[in-house]
Design a protein around this ligand. Structure first.
Ligand code: COA
Length: 346
């Protein structure tokens, strides 16, 4: 597969538009340039937005237009590159633009599907009746809201994540991002590796061909939950939704991938100061016995949200060796007379 370090492919570009809830629309109106903010909707590989039927944007129908977006990942101080020289500071980001012609959508079925897609993206938890053109509750709204397509769009997605820097500088930047661990720093690390997968820093290399990732994606979430449901003794198929929520709600979660497949996962919850609790450590059977769980655990314990916690606990039935090697010992605490717990029904 050809990997282009500078450009995102079409799917990644559309994902970028989908992940950003506000983007910019630029066109030329009767009175000159127009720049507006719109909610992007990606439906069947095309870009849409919605608006008031008599709004200013509707006067642009039939005009060429661009929709642009950017996702700022991290600021990179010059001191990470050179101890004295301001070279200068920069930021890493993903960006995209789509160029096409603005076309009003009249087909009520397509309008409803686009608006429903917007609901799925903006309100994934549901809590509403799906929008269809045939539903009397929505008929007037679907007719009344304007839906606009960027027709015939050409898409260009870019990443600027230090690809032009020498490998050792990139490794140093990844280390710094991991140490700082704020905002989107961990996403920036994974974006840097996506751009140059062969330049994996030591702290993200698995014992064999695995790549450790510190900012798991939606695909990783599905992979990790599948792994746990199939290969752990504490989950079963009934708790897929709970496992998904638990991973989303964890302050630290790392995975090991081989190709696109998740082969190991570990997560923790904590307060970033006094206490953290490790859960859901699992490695697929074919990858066991060569230190992958140990690597995942080392990474998890060094995670920016966990590394300052004074006390880290876990429960295990039989895999004590993995944890003992990392300094864990049995929990015997004379100050804690009674351990109490509250178990709520699932
Ligand atoms: C436990 C698990 C994560 C270990 O993954 P791994 O990648 O094989 O672990 P590592 O290679 O880093 O470490 C392996 C060590 O742990 C020990 N170990 C692993 N699983 C064990 C088990 N079930 N019982 C006893 N020891 C175990 C191995 O004997 C080995 O020790 P050694 O190197 O001294 O011989 C993996 O077996 C697994 O996913 N099991 C099912 C889920 C599970 O039990 N998770 C842990 C719950 S806390």
């Amino acid at each position: 597969m050809f990997l282009d370090p500078e450009h995102l492919d079409t799917a990644q570009t559309l994902d970028l538009f989908r992940s950003l809830k506000l983007v910019h629309l630029a066109a030329t109106g009767d009175d000159g340039p127009v720049l507006r903010t719109v909610h992007p909707i990606v439906y069947e590989g095309e870009l849409y937005f919605h608006g008031a039927p008599r709004g200013e944007k509707m006067e642009l129908l039939g005009q060429p237009a661009m929709i642009t977006c950017e996702d700022v990942l991290a600021t990179i101080p010059s001191s990470w590159i050179h101890p004295e020289r301001a070279c200068p500071a920069t930021s890493y980001f993903l960006s995209a633009h789509a160029r096409g012609t603005l076309e009003g959508v009249d087909d009520l079925r397509v309008k409803a599907a686009v608006l429903q897609q917007m609901m799925a993206d903006y309100q994934p938890e549901g809590g509403h009746r799906p929008i269809t053109a045939a539903d009397p509750m929505y008929a007037a709204a679907v007719r009344g809201i304007a839906v606009v397509k960027l027709a015939g769009a050409t898409l260009v997605g870019r990443r600027k994540v230090g690809q032009n820097r020498p490998a050792e500088t990139r490794q140093a930047v990844m280390r710094h991002l991991w140490t700082r661990g704020q905002g989107n720093d961990l996403r920036a690390i994974d974006a840097m590796i996506d751009a140059e997968p062969t330049q994996l820093p030591a702290f993200l290399s698995g014992p064999a061909r695995e790549r450790l990732a510190v900012s798991p994606t939606a695909a990783d979430l599905e992979g990790a939950v599948n792994l746990l449901v199939q290969h752990s003794y504490w989950y079963n198929h009934d708790v897929r939704e709970v496992a998904t929520r638990a991973h989303r709600g964890s302050c630290a979660w790392v995975v090991a991938r081989e190709g696109d497949q998740v082969v190991g996962t570990a997560r923790a919850v904590g307060d970033n100061a006094r206490f953290a609790y490790v859960m859901d450590v699992c490695v697929r059977p074919e990858s066991r016995g060569r230190g992958l769980a140990t690597r995942l655990m080392e990474l998890l314990l060094d995670h920016p949200a966990i590394r300052q916690c004074q006390r880290v606990e876990l429960h295990t039935r039989d895999a004590m060796r993995v944890y003992e090697r990392l300094g864990f010992g049995p929990l015997v605490d004379p100050d804690w007379r009674v351990a109490m717990r509250l178990v709520r029904a699932a």
